[in-house]
Design a protein around this ligand. Structure first.
Ligand SMILES: Nc1ncnc2c1ncn2[C@@H]1O[C@H](COP(=O)(O)OP(=O)(O)O)[C@@H](O)[C@H]1O
Ligand SMILES: [Mg+2]
Length: 490
């Protein structure tokens, strides 16, 4: 047994690893039984690292993170790319590979981990066979989404699989192309990140960052309605993502709770860019979206622009605080009729503030030229009183605590069961004997090699940050003036 003092020889390793020793399985048993209470009292986190039949006992201070665990394991085996639990606990394996996550969630448990060998890349292109299929985690209009694990790195991702046959039958090739191109050029904390895009003989595939917290619909179904404060959290994060898209001249066009993913920390990631459309000040005319979230100008075919997203934001806000969309009906035609003709109503005895009701009514204004945001876009919407005490910068840096914290041991995204057709689809996908037609010239995308795109994204993100900072200063100044006025009155 050897004791190492790690605090002296690693200057940038700010949190001390208290002990690291090679121990026998028996010793672990003993530690778990007799010293458990003591460990908890000292706020130590105990993790056992297993390598070549040897076990190493790592004790971490309360505030240590997954990065430090990996660093510590790499001192024993420098070539590992990731850590996984020895008993293959899916939820924990996913958590362990996330950067900078607190290890204190493991307090009170003793977990044993091992390294995933960091294999060198043997070929230049990533393909379908580089992934292991774990389970279906979502079903969309034309797609199924799977949790997959990359063989080489052990990293988890979400894989959206779209059948080419359906795309060709519906003649919606442009939708998939848009989705690929928009995902490839966007990089924002509240937008789901594309890792790979692949074209297979009969399927098109997007591999994106896995969001273990599921989607906002899951929380809405669980809690039925949100308080205004809870709703504000999701709306502000969503608006920050939407400003980024609108600044890139992209209309999103598919706002609804199931397209707002929740990551393991509880923050949002906007997903599903299938209906998103790049426009340059001109109107778009295609008819698309979910019935309850359709804007009047889409139904009357007047042509639509970014104002359409402002309207849908109003539908989302209404649904979050009331529990159903504003013009809900079992009959789709009735929904359409209501959207065009009926005025928005709030249920009697609702507890909503006048500010939120005013904002919802202005967002759901049927005439797009009179709707809030017509002059100044989303920034004008953020000037509304309902956002009065919001600190945009705190939101942008994900410093505002999310209303719901996904359970890391039972992540919502893994709770769903979609079994029908699973094996059939995977068998078809992996069948080497099938042939198909190539649909796109340059569909393949690998985020780790697209350097040109990354440089452009960084430049744009800088401009975007300036814009948000300006807006935030304006909002903060207004708050200050209001506060001064109030105190003077007193
Ligand atoms: N990255 C992801 N992480 C976790 N779940 C996801 C992810 N992407 C999609 N899903 C789940 O799959 C569903 C369908 O995905 P989506 O991209 O919206 O497909 P579609 O375009 O067919 O609607 C989503 O509503 C969500 O529940
Ligand atoms: Mg969707």
């Amino acid at each position: 047994m050897k004791k190492l003092d790690k605090s002296s020889n690693h200057s940038n390793f700010s949190l001390r690893i208290k002990t690291q020793q090679s121990i026998s399985p028996k010793a672990i048993q003993k530690t778990s039984e007799t010293q458990m209470e003591d460990l908890q009292n000292k706020s130590n986190i105990q993790i056992i690292f297993s390598h070549e039949e040897k076990l190493y006992n790592f004790l971490f201070p309360y505030e240590a993170t997954t990065d430090q665990l990996l660093q510590q394991a790499r001192k024993i085996v420098p070539t590992i790319s990731n850590l996984v639990t020895t008993n293959s606990n899916l939820a924990m394996d996913y958590y362990l590979q996330l950067p900078n996550q607190k290890l204190n969630v493991f307090q009170g448990r003793i977990i044993t981990v091992q390294g995933v060998p960091g294999l060198l890349a043997l070929k230049s292109k990533t393909g379908l066979r580089d992934f292991i299929f774990i389970k279906c985690i979502g079903v969309g209009g034309f797609s199924r989404v799977y949790l997959v694990k990359k063989k080489q790195s052990g990293r988890f991702s979400a894989m959206k699989i779209i059948e080419k046959k359906i795309i060709m039958e519906k003649k919606i090739e442009n939708i998939i192309e848009n989705e690929r191109n928009i995902l490839a050029v966007t990089q924002h904390p509240f937008l789901n990140k594309l890792e790979y895009a692949l074209e297979c003989p009969n399927h098109l595939i997007f591999i994106t960052e896995f969001c273990a917290g599921g989607d906002l619909l899951y929380y809405l179904q669980k809690y039925h309605v949100f308080t205004e404060t809870q709703a504000r959290f999701y709306i502000v994060e969503f608006i920050l993502g939407l400003i980024y898209l609108h600044q890139l001249d992209i209309i999103y066009r598919d706002i609804k709770p199931e397209n707002i993913l929740i990551d393991i920390t509880g923050h949002i990631q906007i997903a599903d860019f299938g209906l998103a459309k790049p426009t340059r000040n001109e109107y778009a005319y295609s008819f698309c979206g979910s019935p309850e979230y359709m804007a009047p100008e889409m139904l009357t075919n007047q042509g639509h622009n970014q104002q359409l997203d402002h309207y849908c934001l109003g539908v989302l806000l209404y649904e979050l605080v009331i529990g159903c969309p504003p013009f809900y009906s079992e009959d789709i035609n009735k929904i359409y009729e209501n959207i065009i003709l009926k005025e928005v109503e709030f249920p009697k005895n609702n507890q909503l503030s006048n500010e939120i009701k005013d904002l919802i009514l202005r967002l759901l204004c049927k005439d797009q030229k009179n709707r809030i945001g017509h002059q100044g876009g989303l920034l004008e919407i953020l000037d509304h009183k309902w956002f009065e005490n919001v600190d945009l910068i705190k939101f942008l840096y994900r410093k505002v605590t999310p209303p719901f914290q996904p359970d890391i041991f039972k992540p919502p995204a893994l709770q769903k069961e979609y079994k029908d057709g699973d094996l059939d689809l995977i068998r078809k996908l992996l069948d080497r004997s099938v042939s198909g037609t190539t649909m796109f010239q340059n569909f393949y995308y690998d985020q780790s090699v697209e350097m040109d795109i990354k440089v452009e994204q960084q430049k744009f993100l800088k401009f975007y940050h300036q814009l948000i900072e300006q807006q935030n200063s304006k909002m903060q100044r207004r708050q200050k003036i209001k506060f001064l006025r109030k105190t003077r009155l007193v």
